[in-house]
Design a protein around this ligand. Structure first.
Ligand code: CMP
Length: 163
């Protein structure tokens, strides 16, 4: 298998996931799929950092709500590696709007926020997780969140079966 098929992606467990005590449950989903955690830390994002992470959304009308949400408590940042990991992780997570996410996805099983509700309240949609949406954004986001020496290289015991 070519090396470019082994990808890394950034997953953030947002403040709602931490405050609801879902950290272990969510991480388990990725581990059960045979994905490999190669970096992890808890961090309280400030407004400057939020603007860097969400640079693509800064001019959107929901940005203020998104900034308030992502800076409202600590998040857990996880670097995850696996075969075509970027897309696989987004499938496990489910679509951005939890109410449209299928049961079996993380958002479908644990959240039900809707855009209409978030817009009306002027808050960000509470969807528990952020996951990089492309290989390019994964690379940029991992560079923003992790120093090189915080990304680890090791073999998992079951790697011969899933990699
Ligand atoms: P995330 O995957 O972190 O990427 C951008 C975030 O902006 C998204 O999850 C949602 O939390 C939020 N978001 C995107 N669209 C909207 C919207 N229309 N209203 C409120 N929040 C949104």
């Amino acid at each position: 298998m070519s090396d470019e098929m082994i990808q890394k992606s950034l997953v953030l467990l947002k403040p709602d996931a931490i405050q609801r005590g879902l950290v272990g449950t969510i991480i388990e989903r990725f581990e059960q799929a045979g994905l490999k955690i190669v970096g992890m830390k808890m961090q309280w994002v400030d407004k400057n950092f939020a603007k860097k992470h969400y640079a693509a959304h800064v001019n959107k009308k929901f940005y203020k709500g998104l900034e308030n949400f992502i800076t409202s408590g600590p998040v857990v940042a996880i670097a995850i590696e696996g075969i075509l990991a970027v897309d696989v992780i987004r499938k496990i997570v489910g679509p951005t709007e939890p109410g449209k996410a299928m049961p079996g996805t993380i958002r479908g099983d644990f959240a039900h926020h809707a855009y209409e509700y978030a817009d009306k309240k002027g808050i960000a949609i509470k969807n528990l997780i952020h996951a990089s949406d492309s290989v390019e954004s994964a690379k940029a986001e991992l560079e923003l969140w992790f120093n090189k020496n915080e990304i680890h290289s090791y073999k998992t015991v079951h790697e011969m079966h899933v990699f």
